[in-house]
Design a protein around this ligand. Structure first.
Ligand code: SLL
Length: 157
């Protein structure tokens, strides 16, 4: 469809993971053999941020090949997340897919799972005490000269 010239649409969101030493109330007990951590990898809006599904239609999370069905596709409305247990860290390959009318190709990101406490001694001590590690970062996506249909869907104009 027609493109909106000289226009960029920019959106912020978070990619990250949380992790807990097992046993943990959010995970079934006992865990699978050898699994010491429970974790969740996610693509999510900023706290109190707007709904992402006006522009994000599905997210593929590709896990380490040691996982059964390593490729996990999560469709809108989400939540765009995968919860698993395991023993090791690895890079999760993430593909973001947009509405067909956008004409936008899927966008690739990687998130390296962080399962162990990190940072200063004080930060590590708190993460251990609370049995919660969170590693996330602000991501930006920019759509350059979006199609008119996609522009309207994203802006409500
Ligand atoms: C390594 N970085 O190079 C590690 C790989 C493997 C992750 C981490 C369990 C999978 C499952 C799991 O945690 N795999 O048993 O389903 O060796």
């Amino acid at each position: 469809s027609k493109r909106v010239r000289n226009t960029q649409l920019r959106r912020h969101f978070l990619i990250g993971n949380e992790a807990h030493v097992l046993p943990h109330p959010s995970f079934p007990s006992p865990p699978p053999d050898g699994h010491t951590k429970g974790w969740k990898v996610y693509v999510r809006p900023l706290p109190n941020g707007p709904d992402m599904t006006t522009w994000l239609k599905k997210v593929q999370f590709k896990l380490h090949h040691t996982y059964t069905d390593a490729s996990r596709m999560i469709e809108a409305p989400g939540p765009f997340e995968v919860t698993e247990t395991g023993y090791g860290e690895f890079g999760v390959e993430i593909r973001l897919y947009f509405a067909p009318e956008s004409g936008e190709k899927a966008v690739y990101r990687e998130h390296y799972l962080v399962l162990a406490p990190y940072g200063s001694d004080e930060q590590k001590a708190r993460q251990s005490r609370e049995n919660a590690v969170v590693a996330e970062r602000l991501e930006t996506i920019e759509f350059n000269e979006p199609t008119l249909d996609f522009f309207r869907a994203m802006t409500g104009e």
